[in-house]
Design a protein. Structure first.
Length: 149
């Protein structure tokens, strides 16, 4: 049940696209470990995701400061996003690979919703200067998230 990103038109920002693709890949890895109930690999997958997010968030802030974009509210959003993932990680770790198919589906749906919310709200674009828009421009082309069964 992986998530993929489909860009139907427009050229977009390569850095944002790369970040988005990396984030989707890392989240899909976590989802696969939930499905396989491999606690050790799940722990590693969460760690990779969290380390990448921390670096990504620092980069967002650095870019925002360089372009004089107010970043104060985004800082709180970033911490909330990390807290949400930490809550899921800790809950799964406490169950040590012992969860039902229904629980796995709920946890995977939570993670999917988290990812979709992160991308759909343009979080990957916050802190990225947009040409001619003062950092708040619309995305070029039509982009969609797709979740495979």
């Amino acid at each position: 049940m992986d998530i993929s990103w489909t860009k139907q038109a427009g050229d977009g920002n390569a850095a944002i696209g790369s970040d988005r693709d990396t984030l989707i890949s890392l989240v899909n890895d976590v989802k696969r470990m939930i499905e396989s109930r491999d606690s050790a690999a799940l722990s590693v997958s969460f760690e990779l995701l969290e380390v990448w997010l921390a670096a990504h968030f620092k980069d967002e802030e650095k870019k925002a400061r360089a372009t004089d974009i107010d970043f104060s509210s985004r800082k709180f959003e970033q911490q909330y996003e990390l807290n949400e993932l930490g809550f899921l990680r800790d809950g799964l770790a406490a169950r040590n690979g012992v969860w039902s198919d229904v629980e796995a589906k709920l946890d995977i749906q939570f993670l999917s919703n988290w990812l979709i919310e992160h991308i759909a709200n343009g979080d990957l674009q916050k802190g990225q200067p947009q040409a001619g828009s003062g950092g708040h421009g619309a995305r070029a082309g039509k982009e969609t998230l797709a979740q495979s069964a």
